[in-house]
Design a protein around this ligand. Structure first.
Ligand SMILES: [Cu+2]
Length: 128
């Protein structure tokens, strides 16, 4: 009786530990994403930490202002509506203004959301 109780504690302890490790890794990833951001983005973090996780790294491969599209070689994307691994692909731009200053070769931080079934860049910030 006593032994099985101890076993139960051990098992519970382990699963709690596993959850903690997972949570810690998650928050570390968030912090790292925050660290790489510019001051402006850092200011947003306390109020809206979800923003930090949804920003992805990318490098501009093509810009088409007429079609409002941008081709990005991107890292892992995890926003509230889009999740994918690293690849190079074309995105729609939510707003033409997002593309006004960006050019091929620029390193960017961006957010993609699924808008009417289209992976659409909603936030784009050029990294210096
Ligand atoms: Cu992709």
């Amino acid at each position: 009786m006593k032994k099985s109780f101890l076993n139960l504690v051990a098992v519970c302890g382990l699963s709690i530990l596993a959850v903690n490790v997972y949570a810690e890794q998650g928050s570390k990833g968030m912090d790292m994403a925050g660290m790489k951001m510019e001051g402006m983005e850092m200011d947003k973090m306390p109020a809206k930490p979800a923003n930090a996780t949804s920003l992805s790294d990318g490098e501009v491969r093509a810009v088409n202002k007429e079609n409002k599209s941008i081709t990005l070689k991107h890292g892992r994307i995890k926003s509230s509506t889009v999740e994918m691994g690293p690849m190079t692909m074309q995105f729609a731009a939510k707003d033409k203004a997002l593309l006004s200053n960006v050019k091929v070769g620029d390193k960017v931080k961006f957010t993609v959301e699924n808008i009417d079934g289209t992976a659409t860049v909603t936030v784009l910030s050029i990294q210096k």
